[in-house]
Design a binder for this molecule. Sequence first.
Ligand SMILES: Cc1cc2nc3c(=O)[nH]c(=O)nc-3n(C[C@H](O)[C@H](O)[C@H](O)COP(=O)(O)OP(=O)(O)OC[C@H]3O[C@@H](n4cnc5c(N)ncnc54)[C@H](O)[C@@H]3O)c2cc1C
Ligand SMILES: *[C@@H]1O[C@H](CO)[C@@H](O)[C@H](O)[C@H]1NC(C)=O
Ligand SMILES: *[C@@H]1O[C@H](CO)[C@@H](O)[C@H](O)[C@H]1NC(C)=O
Length: 238
Amino acid sequence: MLSNLFSLLLFCLCLSVYGNNKHDGSIKHDDPMLNTETPNYKEYCVIGAGPGGLQIAYFLENAGRDYRVFEKGYKAGTFYLKYPIHRKLISINKRNTDRSNKEFNFRHDWNSLVSHDESLQMTKYSNDFFPPADVLVQYLNDYATKLNLKVQYNSTMHDILKRKDGLFQMWDQHNNAYTCKYMIVATGIAKPNIPAIPGSELLVGYEDLSIDLPKFRNQSILIVGRGNAGHETAQHIY
Ligand SMILES: Cc1cc2nc3c(=O)[nH]c(=O)nc-3n(C[C@H](O)[C@H](O)[C@H](O)COP(=O)(O)OP(=O)(O)OC[C@H]3O[C@@H](n4cnc5c(N)ncnc54)[C@H](O)[C@@H]3O)c2cc1C
Ligand SMILES: *[C@@H]1O[C@H](CO)[C@@H](O)[C@H](O)[C@H]1NC(C)=O
Ligand SMILES: *[C@@H]1O[C@H](CO)[C@@H](O)[C@H](O)[C@H]1NC(C)=O
């Protein structure tokens, strides 16, 4: 009896020491560890430091909220390190509007995020109507830094769940646990859309597309899909 009690105590101790912020990779929703407090608590968790995550972070920061953004990349806006594949944005940067109305002008600047800092406007970063994607990466990282947004980089979050006490819990790739009262997911469109058509396995997806023009020389090219990615590809090859 005594030894049973001892092992029970030991078991509980293990849970409170390790169970709080470490995790072995297998998640059970009724796991008692999910009802204990953890040190990594934030009232608001935001996943993703793309334009969406950074914009909500700006408002949380200005409202003095307890928040943290978790970003799997090593910097903000990593979507734009690869996309658009042909490296030119399709969002306009209209600098010459012939108007002084800031609201009107801002509507013709499709790339900038909202902030009180007028240096953080894409019109001040590029003269191009369609700026290079790399400029947007720079812009987004300046936005995060200058506005003191609390972003934790190199953090890939997984297995978000809601605990019995109502808090959200999730883990990073090192299985450190984080809890939060509010969870805001701003992870973008991460997966390719593979069309359900016979022969789709023969297609090269936009995500694997080469931008090396000589590879397309003297070829007959079929582009499947006439959305932005299809048009962008056609224009490049044309
Ligand atoms: C091919 C293509 C081209 C586009 N070109 C343009 C363009 O030129 N101009 C334009 O305005 N819009 C463009 N868009 C739309 C563009 O995706 C959105 O405007 C914008 O990037 C969406 O912002 P977001 O913050 O929602 O997502 P994203 O920018 O995708 O940001 C999501 C972030 O979440 C992070 N993340 C994902 N999963 C996790 C995780 N588990 N843990 C931690 N972090 C995670 C990612 O690393 C990423 O940084 C394009 C879209 C596509 C598909
Ligand atoms: C994130 O990881 C990269 C390597 O991929 C490293 O250079 C960088 O210093 C790391 N940043 C932080 C904040 O840990
Ligand atoms: C293009 O392909 C045709 C048919 O195979 C070939 O005759 C021609 O020499 C090629 N042209 C070039 C420039 O490679």
